[in-house]
Design a protein around this ligand. Structure first.
Ligand code: MN
Ligand code: MN
Length: 296
């Protein structure tokens, strides 16, 4: 990748990091999820980037894929364990980063540290040519030493332009894979540590969506929504908050499109045994000799 191209990835990473920290700083008892998500996404646009995916706010045993609906009144409570996962993009160059905070209490400090430390351990060794299972085993060992388990069916991923999950999966345990990370690759590494059995399952539909294709007999308002999605979302995940920037009250049409299979709704992912979950994530540029963290 040449310097000009890399500098755009760096810029997207840096905006994502600042958006993440801004969101995290707002998470307090009584604040609504919607205020945090909206502020984070507005910040990304103010910085001259686009929102790569809806700000994910996942509580307690929910690991991922929750974002508030517009005007959602749910508020953070004392003791909540909150993952905030955000992404900005600059013409498709995506930054993806997450961290975990606790609301007021200090019950899960060690769990949070396990997620953070295992990511740091991975960053220390990662370089072009390293096997994916080596990364996974370092994450797993770091968590086990602290008394927690990694979530085995959630992974990091390579990123390409306009492609958030570009084909390479970075495991959070030793999956025995012989595949390796080629140099000159952008990857997001995202360990999830849990007090539970170490697995997530799909729960109900979330408010995070993705364009699929026109299917079935569509009404006029549904066609209009699909047109906007095809033109504007660039196949990246979106929310109702985002869609309502283009279309007034998109809710009904959106539900219809999900039912018809024209729009996919990501399921909310919960820890199978109800264990608490902490996550930490950075986007890295992997070189021959090491890596550069783009989302510090
Ligand atoms: Mn993420
Ligand atoms: Mn990710």
């Amino acid at each position: 990748m040449d310097e000009d191209e890399l500098s755009l990835w760096k810029k997207a990473g840096s905006i994502s990091a600042r958006a993440r920290d801004l969101g995290a700083s707002m998470i307090e008892e009584g604040v609504t999820y919607d205020e945090v998500a909206t502020t984070v996404e507005d910040f990304i646009r103010d910085q001259g980037a686009e929102v790569a995916f809806p700000a994910n706010i996942a509580l307690n045993d929910v690991a991922a894929h929750y974002t508030p609906r517009p005007g959602d009144r749910d508020r953070f409570n004392y003791g909540d364990l909150v993952k905030i996962d955000v992404g900005a993009h600059i013409d498709g160059r995506i930054g993806d980063t997450a961290l975990t905070v606790e609301v007021g209490s200090n019950t899960y400090g060690e769990l949070i540290k396990a997620a953070k430390r295992s990511l740091e351990s991975a960053i220390e060794v990662i370089r072009g040519g390293i096997s994916l299972s080596t990364i996974g085993s370092i994450v797993e060992r770091t968590m086990n030493e602290m008394g927690f388990k990694p979530i085995v069916n959630l992974t990091g991923h390579s990123i390409e332009r306009f492609n958030l999950h570009a084909g390479l999966s970075v495991p959070n345990y030793d999956d025995r894979s012989r595949d390796y990370i080629p140099p000159d690759t952008i990857v997001a590494v995202e360990p999830f540590a849990t007090t539970g059995v170490g697995e997530v399952k799909s729960w109900k539909r979330s408010n995070i969506f993705r364009y699929v294709r026109p299917r079935g007999h569509l009404k006029e308002d549904q066609k209009e929504v699909l047109e906007v999605l095809k033109r504007e979302s660039r196949h990246l995940p979106f929310s109702e908050r985002w869609l309502s920037r283009y279309i007034e009250n998109p809710e009904k049409a959106l539900r219809g499109l999900v039912r018809a299979g024209s729009v996919y709704s990501y399921p909310i992912l919960r820890e199978t045994s109800g264990g608490m979950v902490a996550q930490w994530e950075h986007t890295l540029y992997v070189t021959e000799r090491g890596c550069r963290v783009l989302t510090y």
